[in-house]
Design a protein around this ligand. Structure first.
Ligand code: WT7
Length: 657
């Protein structure tokens, strides 16, 4: 059950009072892809016809007979239709003047560069699809991809799509154990990985991590290893029969591989994301609806034109990279920039250097990055030529208005609309967003639902809220919605469709509606953290901590962080006889990194004699959040003083009756 959100209402009210708004310029409006405001009403009147209009812009092998079959919570879009995602992202462009247009402009962190045209991509994807087939991969099989942000990752995804295999991308920052669990949950038969990747000058030894994972993955038959090394050879051990070099297989690969005719509802991919339990959920996306949703939103939200140079900075390990670095832009025949590494390597203007070098016109990033840019100062963007930029986007967490304004001024030179896009791994595509040629922007608000999307605010018990705060609900199905949680239909229903009956989707976010019908997102209302725009379950981190032999109990909460938005704070009680120390703090942090990955590393570990609990035994998270935020204790101590905890606990219990 969701708790009622605790809206930062005063802050938002203060912003509304300022009435700081940005109207699209005449020039932008005149050439925008979505320029007629009547589209909102038209789409609301007949959402199925609206989506079918976009679906018709894709290439179908067989047409659908019914746009939507909705038997809540099960949706089937474009029923009976057949298509292939790789054909839509590649082949149909190769048949046009886009044949030698850059599809991917890639830059590695060490400075190595590659450009792949649509025709290059066509050849690579055909070849790798043939390679996968030769390794025994057939329609419906799962293929795990554990790679740095290199073109081979996009190639492998599209090769899977070509032969009807289901890809499961595992972010390269996840640990061996996380990789192992994801491979096993999906019973993947092939793993594609790399010798390593580059991050902030260092090497991430992916194959070594994969080797650890592979000790416990009985389903894996073959491992394909991309040789990424840009300079020093990375030590890699190859197991005979099982492990193969990518380049060696590709040298033998056939030129062409016929695409499979996939049903619109065939699984395109699984992507694991964190939920409220210790176990990540395998979110399932299917072919026709997902492609329609990502195609449509990329075209309208980013106002994509033939000559744009579009850059989404997300890693493909997250859904943003799937939808807005691979499927959305390529389905639109766009030129997409891909950058492997850190924004401050070798210097803090790396992003702006890339914008300048390729003449990037559309730039899509996360608030956590923008806040880091702010901290680094205006000199870095100022010394680069950013005049090519015409549109900016934000995603991943609520963007604070200060960051919005900074982005607009120092990156966008006050010339670029900023689209704050709200969506989730589960929604597949952007659901709440401005349309840059139509929407008057309010910094801090994601504005209105995309046409055809019915977003609402509801109370926990289902009352519709016309104005004010509550829980964000999506009341009607949409094409790119998740079709389930892999091998866990019960959790699918419990997680998303049980808060309210009748097929109303529960997002897990709190939001507030203002007088103009604009949505202001307020963050998660469940036990899910948003650390630097990445989703992390508190229970996952707690499980990782109690896995350590010295730990008796652990409670994890989010702690405000000026760059990351939220950081992980862990309260730990140790087993009897264990001495608490700074060394143990480091040991426990390292243990979490080993179990989950660096993104989960606790910022703060506090030892407590007891975790504060209500009389019914529930951990008092709000109290812990206050302590972690320094409202009750300084940062200097690693000990949650029992007296302070006890006193606060009394106060909370009094307050909560
Ligand atoms: C959660 C989804 C979908 C892209 C990356 C994250 C938060 C996402 C916004 C935004 C406020 C946002 C929500 C959501 N979120 N975008 N523009 N404004 N909050 O995907 O890991 O599935 O996380 O990110 O809390 O539920 P994800």
């Amino acid at each position: 059950m969701a708790k009622t959100p605790d809206p930062a209402s005063q802050e938002i009210d203060a912003l509304l009072d300022e009435r700081r708004t940005f109207v699209p310029s005449d020039a932008f409006r005149a050439s925008a892809n979505a320029a007629d405001g009547a589209v909102y009403d038209r789409a609301a009147a007949d959402p199925e016809a609206f989506w079918a209009g976009f679906a018709r812009e894709l290439e179908w092998i067989e047409p659908w007979s019914t746009v939507l079959e909705w038997d809540p919570p099960n949706a089937r879009w474009f029923v009976g239709g057949k298509l292939n995602a790789s054909v839509n992202c590649i082949d149909r462009h190769v048949r046009t003047a886009r044949r030698n247009k850059a599809a991917l402009i890639w830059e590695g962190e060490p400075g190595d560069r590659r450009t792949l045209t649509y025709f290059d991509l066509y050849r690579e994807v055909n070849a790798f699809a043939g390679v996968l087939k030769s390794l025994g991969v057939t329609r419906g099989d799962r293929v795990a991809l554990y790679l740095p942000l290199v073109p081979e990752l996009a190639i492998a995804m599209l090769a899977c799509a070509r032969i009807g295999a289901v890809h499961s991308v595992v972010f390269g920052g996840f640990s061996a154990e996380s990789l192992r669990d994801r491979i096993n949950d999906a019973s993947a038969s092939v793993l594609v990985t790399a010798d390593g990747g580059y991050r902030r000058g260092g090497v991430v030894a992916l194959k070594q991590m994969a080797d650890d994972a592979l000790e416990g993955t009985p389903s894996i038959q073959h491992v394909v290893v991309v040789r990424r090394q840009a300079h020093d050879p990375l030590p890699v051990s190859m197991q005979a029969e099982r492990d193969h070099w990518y380049h060696e297989l590709m040298a033998e690969a056939p030129l062409r591989c016929e695409p499979e005719a996939m049903d619109a509802e065939d699984l395109l991919y699984i992507l694991y994301t964190s939920g409220t339990t210790g176990k990540p959920k395998g979110i399932m996306h299917t072919t026709g609806g997902y492609l329609t949703g990502t195609y449509a939103t990329t075209k309208w939200v980013f106002d994509l034109k033939e000559d744009d140079v579009y850059w989404c900075t997300a890693d493909i390990g997250w859904v943003t990279g799937h939808s807005y670095l691979v499927y959305g832009p390529l389905a639109n025949g766009a030129t997409a920039v891909m950058y492997e590494g850190a924004p401050d390597w070798p210097a803090r203007d790396r992003m702006w250097e890339i914008v300048e070098r390729y003449g990037v016109t559309i730039f899509y990033t996360a608030p956590t990055a923008i806040r880091a840019f702010m901290k680094w100062g205006t000199d870095w963007p100022a010394k680069r030529d950013l005049s090519s930029l015409r549109l900016l986007g934000s995603v991943g967490e609520p963007i604070n208005p200060e960051a919005w304004m900074w982005y607009h001024e120092h990156v966008g030179r006050q010339q670029c609309p900023v689209v704050d896009t709200w969506w989730q791994t589960e929604t597949g595509a952007i659901l709440i967003t401005p349309l840059p040629g139509l929407t008057t922007l309010k910094p801090g608000s994601a504005s209105r639902p995309f046409p055809g999307i019915t977003a609402e605010i509801r109370t926990a018990d289902g009352q519709k809220v016309e104005k004010g705060g509550g829980l964000l609900a999506i009341a009607k199905p949409w094409p790119s919605m998740l079709r389930g949680i892999y091998r866990d239909p019960e959790r699918f229903v419990a997680q998303y469709w049980s808060q309210w009956p009748d097929g109303i989707y529960f997002t897990g976010d709190g939001a507030k509606l203002d007088d103009d019908g604009y949505f202001w997102l307020l963050g998660r209302v469940d036990d899910v953290l948003n650390v630097a725009g990445h989703r992390l379950g508190t229970m996952e981190v707690e499980s990782a901590l109690v896995d350590h032999p010295d730990v008796a109990e652990a409670a994890v909460v989010g702690r405000s962080h000026d760059i990351k938005g939220e950081a992980v704070a862990a309260f730990v009680t140790v087993r009897e006889g264990v001495e608490t120390s700074d060394t143990l703090v480091d040991v426990l942090k390292a243990h979490v990194v080993k179990k989950i990955g660096a993104i989960a590393r606790p910022d703060l570990v506090l030892f407590a004699a007891d975790l504060p609990k209500t009389r019914s035994g529930k951990i008092m998270r709000r109290l812990l959040r206050d302590i972690a935020d320094g409202k009750a204790l300084g940062d200097t101590t690693t000990l949650a003083d029992p007296a302070v905890v006890a006193k606060l606990k009394d106060e909370y219990e009094d307050e909560e009756g």
